[in-house]
Each structure stands twice: as structure tokens, then as C-alpha cells.
Ligand binder design. Structure first.
Ligand SMILES: [Zn+2]
Length: 233
């Protein structure tokens, strides 16, 4: 009997999901906090109020990311639960029709009708709801929605990103602070953009360029608004 070789290689998709979420969260943290800091610095704020603004921006941003992620993933959980409850009821009400439906799914995936019927029957006997959830609804264990995990990881990645320009405010010399914040933030963004693209198998340079362009634009706009306020106030 040929020994069953465990499925050991990891596919890119396995790690891309959480990496992409982490990079997007960190990007948000860098762009929104660096823009906030540049805007306030352009309005001639003192170093201490700059630091305070940055910390407030980090906390507010992380909390709003967590709240938004929790609510959106939770609603996905609700949908999944409702789908599973309906499926459970359909399986109880008309198991023969459900078996035909499952067989048709496997035929649609290329199995011969006899083999599809056999597979459907065996999998149904083994775990009817799990099989329909996976093969009919596309809901399977590793990809189930986890609202708390999602909320915590997006808050952490936002805070991690936001901490970078904040660290620059803490250690960079007072004059030319805006250039320090912009310059270092664009380098951080380019690095993250390249990382996310590389992890997704795409061209790292294109990824770096894309994120840096939009980050630079966001900082330029807020610096302009901040400078305007600085002259008016
Ligand atoms: Zn079904």
C-alpha cells in the first residue's frame, strides 16, 4: 500500500491573506500618521504637541481599524452562521435532494457521474454538513471568519506602521522635521510595498512605486492644508 505523503508544501495563498492585511494596516498607519504629523508641523506646532498629536493619531487610528475590522468580519460570521443553519435544515428536510446537488457539484468539477455519486455518498456519510459547507458554500475551517483575531491584527499592524513616523519625531533634529518625516516615511512605504508585492509573486518595484506615490500625495496635500492653517491661525 503506497504510503500517504502528507501535504507539506505551503502555498503562497496560505500566507498572502494575513500578510496582505498586515501590510495594508501598516501602510495605513504610516500614511495617516505621517500625513497628520506633516500637516501639524507645517502649521508650526511645537515638538511636544507634535508628539502628542502623533500618539493620539496612533491610538485613534488603531482603535478605528480594530472596530471597523471587527464589525465587518463579524457580519461575515453572521452570514456564515445563517448559511450553515439553512444548510443544516435542508439536509434534514430533503437529504436525497442534497445528495443529488452534491453529486452535480462533483460532476461539474469533472468527475464521472458514477464516481461523483459514490464520492458524494461517502463524504455525506462521513460529515454531511462539513462537506456541503466546504463544497457548496465555500466555508471551510481554516478560512472561517475570526473577528477578534482580525481586529487585533489590523490594530497591531496599524500601530506598528504609525509608530515609525512617531519614532522619527522623537529622534530627528528639530529643524527640517517635515523633511525627515516625509523622507523616512516614503522609505518605509517603499519597503512595505515591495514586500507585499514580492510575497504575492508580483513585481516588487511596481508595488513599491505604487505605495510611495500615493503616500507622497497624501503627505503633500496635508502639508499644504497645514501650511495654509499655519498662516491663517
Ligand atoms: Zn446543500
Amino acid at each position: 500500500m503506497r504510503s500517504i505523503r502528507r501535504h507539506i508544501e505551503t502555498h503562497r495563498t496560505d500566507r498572502i491573506g494575513w500578510l496582505r492585511a498586515a501590510v495594508l494596516g501598516a501602510n495605513d498607519g504610516i500614511v495617516s500618521t505621517a500625513s497628520l504629523l506633516v500637516g501639524v508641523a507645517a502649521a508650526n506646532a511645537s515638538a511636544s504637541s507634535l508628539m502628542m498629536t502623533g500618539v493620539a493619531g496612533l491610538v485613534a487610528g488603531a482603535m478605528s481599524m480594530a472596530a471597523g475590522e471587527y464589525v465587518s468580519v463579524y457580519s461575515q460570521t453572521d452570514t456564515e452562521e445563517a448559511d450553515l443553519a439553512r444548510e443544516r435544515a435542508e439536509l434534514a428536510a430533503d437529504p436525497a435532494a442534497e445528495l443529488r446537488e452534491l453529486t452535480a457539484i462533483y460532476v461539474g468539477r469533472g468527475l464521472q457521474p458514477e464516481l461523483a455519486a459514490q464520492v458524494a455518498e461517502q463524504l455525506t456519510n462521513h460529515d454531511a454538513l462539513g462537506t456541503h459547507a466546504r463544497d457548496e458554500l465555500g466555508i471551510s475551517g481554516p478560512h472561517r471568519a475570526r473577528p477578534v483575531q482580525a481586529a487585533l491584527s489590523s490594530a497591531a499592524s496599524f500601530a506598528g506602521g504609525a509608530a515609525l513616523p512617531l519614532a522619527v519625531v522623537a529622534i530627528a533634529p528639530g529643524n527640517g522635521l517635515i523633511y525627515w518625516i516625509c523622507g523616512t516615511s516614503l522609505i518605509f512605504l517603499a519597503g512595505l510595498g515591495a514586500l507585499a508585492s514580492k510575497a504575492g509573486g508580483a513585481n516588487p518595484l511596481a508595488g513599491a512605486w505604487r505605495v510611495t506615490f500615493w503616500g507622497a500625495l497624501a503627505m503633500a496635500v496635508t502639508a499644504g492644508v497645514g501650511a495654509m492653517f499655519g498662516t491663517v491661525v
